[in-house]
Design a protein around this ligand. Structure first.
Ligand SMILES: Nc1ncnc2c1ncn2[C@@H]1O[C@H](COP(=O)(O)OP(=O)(O)OP(=O)(O)O)[C@@H](O)[C@H]1O
Ligand SMILES: [Mg+2]
Length: 222
């Protein structure tokens, strides 16, 4: 599903004297469908940056990222922004730690959107969104509100519901359970296992070692 070769990333802080921060040093690995792999390493080592490189939010300094998109291998490091959007809509799902929301857009809309982009009928997309919000214990009275004012854990669960709404052949998860209580954490673990059963390859950062061992078969240590 994913082949990474000699990937490196270095940040240059142009407004702070051109200071250079190397984060990823020539990293190579691959992930197959249905496999769950953990990215490990101490805080600040570059775990989130790696996920952002794979999602096309950061540009690699050197190296190659190949992904299987609609049965074709694509090189992501030199793809056009438009083509990258298509890869994001159909192939790569990404659950960030924090939800970034547009004011006044309802929770149901945020969660059902990825399905509507895929051409799923609005009523079916809303039904799937409702099921996910229900599974993740978001009270019904909140569904029609913007998640802007929700608690940290509620926002994280809305983010997870959105990330899992549509099937993605590759799922990038950045500390998806970090601010959740035990029950909701278990619900998220179930969603991850379900996605894996449906063939998704999973690349995840877990704060908690037990959770990491529950889901992931091997580690990529940074
Ligand atoms: N956009 C950026 N510009 C400059 N430096 C950045 C940028 N993004 C990340 N960094 C730097 O890269 C390093 C790695 O950050 P990153 O967020 O990837 O770490 P992490 O392993 O996810 O850490 P944590 O476990 O704390 O989440 C940090 O030193 C950070 O300051
Ligand atoms: Mg991080």
């Amino acid at each position: 599903m994913l082949k990474v070769e000699n990937l490196s990333k270095q940040f240059t802080l142009h407004q702070q004297g051109g200071v250079q921060i190397p984060v990823i040093p020539r990293l190579s690995f691959s992930v197959t469908s249905g496999e769950a792999v953990a990215i490990t390493g101490p805080s600040g080592r570059g775990k989130s940056s790696l996920l952002k490189l794979l999602f096309g939010s950061y540009i690699a300094t050197s190296g190659s990222i190949k992904i299987l998109h609609e049965a074709e291998w694509l090189e992501l490091t030199n793809i056009s922004p438009r083509h990258m959007m298509d890869v994001r809509n159909k192939t790569i799902g990404y659950v960030t730690q924090f939800l970034r929301v547009i004011p006044r857009v309802s929770t149901l809309t945020i969660v059902s959107e990825p399905l509507i982009y895929r051409g799923v009928e609005v009523s079916a997309a809303l039904l799937r969104a409702q099921n996910l919000l229900d599974q993740l214990n978001i009270p019904q009275k909140l569904w029609h509100l913007s998640p802007m004012t929700f608690s940290g854990g509620e926002q994280q669960r809305v983010n997870i519901a959105r990330g899992f709404a549509a099937h993605h052949p590759l799922l990038l998860l950045d500390e998806p359970t970090a601010s959740l209580d035990d029950e909701n954490r278990n619900r998220v673990m179930e969603l991850i296992r379900e996605a894996q059963k449906n063939g998704s390859a999973i690349l995840a950062v877990f704060h908690n070692e037990d959770e990491r061992h529950l889901v992931c078969e091997r580690d990529i240590a940074l």
